[in-house]
Design a binder for this molecule. Structure first.
Ligand code: NAD
Ligand code: UFG
Length: 338
């Protein structure tokens, strides 16, 4: 039996593939490569020394999905596939609703048709919206998302809850990621954003490698210790470990469960810049710029549920994430090209 990994060529998906293979799981990857390269799956094969099918397939293509489910014995799905750029989602809401929500509905329909009723879903801390004070815990009411991307995560969570309510055979694990950073320690896979990075860590590493002149720090007048935004940066390898345990949990427990995956620690923009400089010895020039619309001051997780129920907690610190990011970035300044 195999685990189908949608969006398995992407940043978090490819790292999770490594950890699944290392845990002895069989995997099948599908991806439409809209934001990734098949070379990342090639690198996963090199890292693990294991082979697996990589199929170009859009999750909105029900016919092709059906062929995948007919060809392989799938027992569960880890669902990463989706568009994820917050700013772009405000410009192109219909594309986000179609790809993320429409695509997920198609995927779930095909899963149901083939009797595969176990799914681990990539949600986001963004579903907590703006009204709560960190640390965010899973009991807090979700909603009040500030952009279409976040709203797709909120709606998909609800769709998955409704599915569980309709049929007690479904097992769903909603994983709310905080801020994934870092890369595989081999330097063979990592984050390769198209164009100008939206997120802080890839921006810092592109400044370090000389692709960008300086970082703009979006606001230094927040109600935080140094005035810059505070986030919970989690090493992508810890996130991947979280998926392996969540998958085992979903395979053994029916119903819908939700877990935060973070470190529980808040790190400011300037803290992250400093950690990167210390880890790499490279100075990151920056300027203070206006606040970015839609940003909140502070976001970090209460991770006690994942620890108590799944026995999972983040083990790698921000320095390790900076070292691994730099190892990936300096060897692959233009992402997957070789
Ligand atoms: P990513 O863009 O690197 O990976 C997503 C993958 O899905 C890409 O390989 C892309 O080509 C593929 N894809 C997109 N639409 C598809 C479709 N219709 N059919 C098939 N494949 C499709 O992003 P990531 O950072 O690895 O994120 C993975 C998941 O985690 C996403 O759902 C994202 O929203 C979620 N998430 C990411 C973050 C983050 O900060 N990186 C935070 C919270 C949640
Ligand atoms: N920041 C800068 N300069 C930059 C980029 C970011 O100062 O060039 C700051 C932001 O203002 C924020 C912090 O760095 O204070 C982190 O910003 P990111 O864009 O890296 O991450 P966000 O917390 O804004 O967003 C991330 C994911 C979203 C997800 C959200 C909540 O990108 O997909 O976490 O989980 F919805």
């Amino acid at each position: 039996m195999a685990v189908l990994v949608t969006g398995g060529a992407g940043y978090i998906g490819s790292q999770t593939c490594v950890h699944l293979l290392e845990a002895g799981k069989e995997i099948v990857v599908i991806d439409n490569f809209s934001n990734s390269s098949p070379l990342s799956s090639q690198a996963v094969k090199e890292i693990t020394g294991k082979d697996f099918p990589v199929i170009e397939c859009d999750i909105r293509d029900e016919e092709k999905l059906g062929e995948v489910f007919s060809s392989y014995k799938i027992e569960a799905v880890i669902h990463f596939a989706g568009l994820k750029a917050v700013g772009e989602s405000c410009q192109k809401p219909l594309e986000y609703y179609d790809n993320n929500i429409g695509g997920t509905v198609k995927l779930l329909s095909v899963m149901k048709k083939f009797g595969v009723k176990c799914i681990v879903f990539s949600s986001s801390a963004t579903v907590y919206g703006e009204k709560h004070t960190a640390p965010f815990n899973e009991e807090m009411e979700v909603g009040g998302t500030t952009n279409p991307y976040g709203t797709t995560k909120l709606y998909i969570e609800q769709i998955l809850r409704d599915l569980c309510a309709s049929d007690s055979e479904w097992s769903v694990c909603l994983l709310r990621y905080f801020n994934p950073i870092g890369a595989h320690e081999s330097g063979k896979i990592g984050e390769a954003p198209n164009g100008i990075p939206n997120n802080l860590m890839p921006y810092i590493s592109q400044v370090a490698v000389g692709k960008r002149e300086k970082l703009s720090v979006f606001g230094d007048d927040y109600d935080t210790p140094d005035g810059t935004g505070v986030r919970d940066y989690i090493h992508v390898a810890d996130l991947a470990d979280g998926h392996v345990v969540a998958l085992d949990r979903a395979l053994s427990v029916k119903g819908c469960e939700v877990y935060n995956l973070g470190t529980g620690k808040g790190v400011s923009v300037l803290d992250l810049v400093k950690a990167f400089e210390e880890a790499t010895g490279i100075k990151i020039p920056y300027v203070i710029a206006p606040r970015r619309p839609g940003d909140i001051a502070t976001s970090y997780a209460d991770c006690s549920k994942a620890k108590n129920v799944l026995g999972w907690e983040a083990r790698r610190d921000v320095r390790k994430a900076c070292e691994d990011t730099w190892n990936w970035q300096k060897n692959n300044p233009d992402g997957f090209t070789k």
